[in-house]
Design a protein around this ligand. Sequence first.
Ligand SMILES: *[C@@H]1O[C@H](CO)[C@@H](O)[C@H](O)[C@H]1NC(C)=O
Length: 304
Amino acid sequence: MIRFISVVLIIFAYGRSQVTENEENCPGSTVNNYILGPDGYTMQPTVYTGESPKQGKPGKRGAQGEPGLKGNKGTKGESGQADDTAEELQMLKDEVAEMKAKLGIYLTPPSCDYINRNEKTSGTYVISPDLRTVQPFSVYCNFTGETETIIEHDSMNEIQLTSCEPKKCYKRHIRYNVAMEQIVALIQRSSECRQFIKYRCIASLLLEGGYATWLSRDGTHMRYWGGATSQRNDYCACGETGTCVDSTKRCNCDKNSSPETSDEGFLTDKDTLPVTGLQFGDAGDPGEYGWHTLGPLVCTGRSV
Ligand SMILES: *[C@@H]1O[C@H](CO)[C@@H](O)[C@H](O)[C@H]1NC(C)=O
């Protein structure tokens, strides 16, 4: 029985890899194929030559790796009762789950960092940061410079505030094109993530008096601005370095007068990214204006 199950699984695994080859490895296709590298973890792209005899080979090698697994399960089965169908069913379920996880890794890299940039061009790719918890999803991979995994949202361009005066009277919710669990999985799989944030202002307060905030992953109202590396409340980047246009203030916009100025920089705290909302105020009186810019979530490197 156990041996039969293993054989079925091997056929399943082999079938899956063959289907993938046929579906995705068409000549001229931009879809990628990956195989597990020698370390059993890192992805390596398959070299596609366009000749079908060569296509078959990686699939067969993958299937041959499985007998090791079969041997293990066989030993377990002998020590237990062969007619214990519930246990056997559970074992089968576990094995299928394990196999699916392996096949998933076989098909999709955890992030853009696992894609061989030397053979690929920047563009949209499917990644799978954590197969146990989230479905694979599409991201933009930037292979110019350090490899970046990029997730965009619905407010990518600079947006002017609608006129309003009280603290945080202007509210904008930020929506991402993938689910929060998927974003968090990518963040956890990456060594660094960042998001650019900017407020351009004319006579409009930013952090002083609590006029503006950005909302963290869990909706907490955050009180420091991009580029403030100490993450101290009420600090912008210029406040950290003592370079604000009004040296008595911690943000350029907190001078609260014309001419136009701005505060900008990267948020880099992996525990609070991505930004889920932006709120501003002090833009209701004549001559007061504000514009906000929020970049995509950009993740780099590997966390392990
Ligand atoms: C890709 O990375 C390069 C180098 O860091 C940068 O100049 C460019 O703007 C990035 N492209 C996108 C689409 O983010």
